[in-house]
Write a protein that binds this ligand. Structure first.
Ligand code: CU
Length: 164
């Protein structure tokens, strides 16, 4: 009986130790320096191969982070886009060098600004469904986000897709 109690005590102490070390590790390391809020993807109708993704990207680390690419099961081709004024016309273009997020800063991906362009959609995006995307950063880390299917037009105004 006494042996049994001792074993329980040892198990408790070991568990407590693991919990402490784990929380300390998470606190000290940059396991999760990035947080994503308000992730949404425009719902599509069947046959529509392209859609936009928007979110707020916060960098809580001490160093600048660069979003370099995005992957997802729903598409094999996702581009990071920005809007630029060309000859008085607002046009989208791919940001090939990545988007820098300064330390303790938030970058908004929104209609008329930075956004993700999901090409070659494998299936229509329904309103209310969640689509998983993985953001890849220049330091080799990545972050899984879940974007909620939202009504088209509400978050993505008409803009030129002529660049595609
Ligand atoms: Cu675009």
């Amino acid at each position: 009986m006494g042996q049994h109690n001792n074993n329980n005590k040892i198990a408790s102490v070991v568990t407590l130790f693991i919990v402490l070390v784990t929380s300390l590790y998470h606190h000290l390391s940059y396991a999760d320096p990035v947080s994503v809020m308000h992730a949404r993807i425009n719902a599509t109708i069947p046959g529509m191969p392209v859609t936009g993704v928007y979110f707020d990207l916060r960098n809580d680390s001490d160093t600048v982070l660069s979003l370099t690419s995005v992957t997802s099961k729903v598409s094999n081709h996702i581009e990071i886009h920005e809007h630029v004024m060309t000859n008085g016309l607002m046009k989208m273009q791919e940001v090939s060098e990545g988007i820098n997020i300064a330390s303790r800063d938030t970058v908004h991906f929104e209609p008329g600004g930075y956004h993700l362009m999901v090409m070659n959609l494998q299936k229509p995006i329904k309103e209310g469904e969640f689509v998983e995307l993985t953001l890849h950063f220049s330091d080799g880390t990545s972050q899984l986000i879940r974007a909620k299917g939202s009504k088209p037009g509400q978050s993505h105004p008409k803009h030129s897709h002529s660049g595609h």
